[in-house]
Design a protein around this ligand. Structure first.
Ligand SMILES: *Cc1c(COP(=O)(O)O)cnc(C)c1O
Length: 314
């Protein structure tokens, strides 16, 4: 299979940094952050990990581009549009919700990368099979990538992050890996990479209890062993997807002051809020090595500032 050629705009392996503060040294927990947000300025974070083998598969199938799905602020839409421009394939984004007069920063960027945007109602969006008969799009010539880029081909790309980590930690697996979960595709990939080593905690960014079965299904459908070293924490979704409150914003601002690392309010802000709470509660034994995944998502901060008038470092 031909390799994808990546120029110097990709930072791989992504850096691993130890976070240092008085609180953390008092806690006895070694907290590392895996900077997937630095992989690429536009094809960032876990979205690149999930796209990588999907792009190869698309090329192998001789398709001319990708059709994919997402909300109007979707990091996945943003990254797929940028990847299409970078690797030279065409992209069509099926966007949930009606078109507004002006494109928001996420969609304006996707459009500027050449992505064709197709808006569909929330109701039609839910019926993806129905869309294929209703929408006049070149379905046959395009590779279909589900929402969030989460399918079987997403898993090996995410698993590579664990290989990088192990090397960066002197050939050791961390005691805990923590990440934010949307669809659960990234978590499923990390589970396959860990092959049963350590513990994985997925912090749900959404309300509801669907992750456990969504992840188990994704693993089973792709013939991966049913590892049991993982759990979903549902305590830090802050009311649901894209909801936020003053405490969350404050955590993000303090985190930036202490470590000069920007977070996003949808995923990684909630993740670090949850991790710091668990550390405070003594959840991680003293001496543990904990790796938190910075999965990216910073492109959305601009739109967030525009919508809510709350400045976020980015
Ligand atoms: C999409 C996204 C996630 C969620 O990833 P899933 O694989 O859907 O669980 C987490 N963090 C960021 C920054 C994202 O953009």
């Amino acid at each position: 299979m031909p390799g994808l050629s990546l120029n110097a705009s990709f930072v791989l392996p992504s850096p691993l940094q130890l976070l240092r503060s008085k609180f953390l040294s008092d806690s006895g927990v070694k907290l590392w952050i895996k900077r997937d947000d630095l992989i690429h300025t536009q094809i960032s974070g876990n979205k690149w990990r999930k796209l990588k083998y999907n792009i190869r598969q698309m090329q192998q199938e001789g398709k001319k581009g990708m059709i994919t799905f997402g909300g109007a602020f979707s990091n996945h839409i943003y990254a797929t549009a940028a990847a299409g421009q970078y690797f030279g394939f065409s992209t069509i984004g099926i966007i949930r919700g009606e078109a507004s007069a002006a494109l928001n920063p996420t969609l304006a960027f996707a459009h500027s990368c050449g992505m064709q945007l197709q808006f569909v109602s929330r109701m039609a969006y839910r019926d993806q099979l129905g869309l294929q008969s209703e929408l006049d799009l070149p379905w046959e010539e395009y590779y279909l990538l589900p929402e969030g880029g989460s399918n079987g081909y997403a898993l090996p790309g995410c698993a590579e992050m664990i290989d990088e980590l192990k090397q960066q930690l002197d050939n050791q697996y961390p005691d805990y890996c923590c990440l934010s979960c949307g669809t659960g595709g990234t978590m499923a990939g990390l589970i396959t990479g860990l092959k049963g080593a350590g513990q994985l905690i997925g912090f749900s960014a959404l309300k509801g209890d669907f992750h456990q079965s969504a992840i188990a299904d994704l693993l089973a459908q792709n013939q991966y062993p049913q590892y049991t070293n993982w759990q979903i924490n549902t305590r830090y979704h802050f009311g649901g997807y894209a909801r936020h409150n003053a405490q969350l914003i404050e955590l993000m601002q303090c985190f930036y002051q202490d470590f000069q690392i920007p977070l996003d309010p949808i995923y990684t802000g909630k993740l670090f809020y949850g991790i710091f709470e668990l550390i405070r509660e003594g959840f991680f034994p003293k001496g543990s090595t904990v790796v938190a995944l910075h999965s990216g998502g910073l492109q959305g901060n601009q739109g967030f500032t525009k919508r809510f008038g709350i400045h976020l470092p980015s």
